[in-house]
Design a protein around this ligand. Sequence first.
Ligand SMILES: C[S@@+](CC[C@H](N)C(=O)[O-])C[C@H]1O[C@@H](n2cnc3c(N)ncnc32)[C@H](O)[C@@H]1O
Length: 321
Amino acid sequence: MFTACELGVFDLLLESEEPLSSAAIVQRVGSSADGMERLLSACVGMKLLEAELKNDEAFYRNTELSSLYLTKSSPKSLHHMMIYYSQTLYLCWHFLTDAVREGKNQFKRAFGVSSKNIFEDLYRSEEEMIKFMHLMNSVWTLCSRDVIKLFDLSPFTTVCDLGGCSGALAKECISIYPESMVTIYDLPKVVQTAKKHFISTDEHRISFQEGDFFEDSIPEADLYILARILHDWTEKKCLQLLEKVYKACKPGGAVLLVEVLLNEDKSGPLSSQLYSLNMLVQTEGRERTPAEYCKLLTAVGFKEIQVRTTGKIYDVILGRK
Ligand SMILES: C[S@@+](CC[C@H](N)C(=O)[O-])C[C@H]1O[C@@H](n2cnc3c(N)ncnc32)[C@H](O)[C@@H]1O
């Protein structure tokens, strides 16, 4: 699937008016004939392509699934996610055994980098940072509305999206809540790239603040969104960040955590268990149970904590000040 995405097979078949033979795909993609034939056949096995035989020759077309999720131009495209998984994550997963033995991420083995800050490793080049931002943006094409609508956030007019990255949730927030004003807070180079590639600076209800949320001050707000932030960090760092959020939060305000949740007994869901291993190979963090997040929130003072599930990959926890 990753290779077919990287080679643009699904894009080519989407653009083509008719099903294409392996030879035609080889010619357009510039691959070996034998390699492509085997790849196409495996994609048929995975139900990503359909093959039709004409005079003993197979002609390929996308399935609905691959057209919807694996082509670049689809509004629900996960193409960027596939590219990141293929070129970056897959390499970290290759060292899962070492990660389990050592209990730490595998950037050193996979990419030869190992700084004190995981985001320096993740953003080891501008190209890698942009790829990461596209990865972050990708999944929200499927479920940003679910997470932002699950609680009524209309009472919170000033919102700070901490580690807001590409701004996908900020955009969803202002589209659902007409009164809301969102500040995207992120590392300076991420904010600059978000402005350049992801968000129109004409959008007057979205503003930006550059900073390091561990080192620098964060803006005062009614609501802090922390989407996929705490799962990057150890308990100690989560508490450090949440304490800062609690102090900056206006009275009556709240924090909204958006995370993959494990069952309380950690018996599942399988996707969350695998995501937790994914956090092991590339971060300092882990996926957690609702009770573990509640404990972190109550430890810094948040109360009336509510957990709501979307039925999709990300769920939501709201804690009030
Ligand atoms: C896993 S991403 C989540 C992005 C976004 N919230 C989302 O769900 O799409 C973590 C984000 O935190 C930002 N980040 C990491 N360390 C940070 C720091 N010390 N200060 C500010 N932002 C930071 C990263 O640049 C990145 O945008």
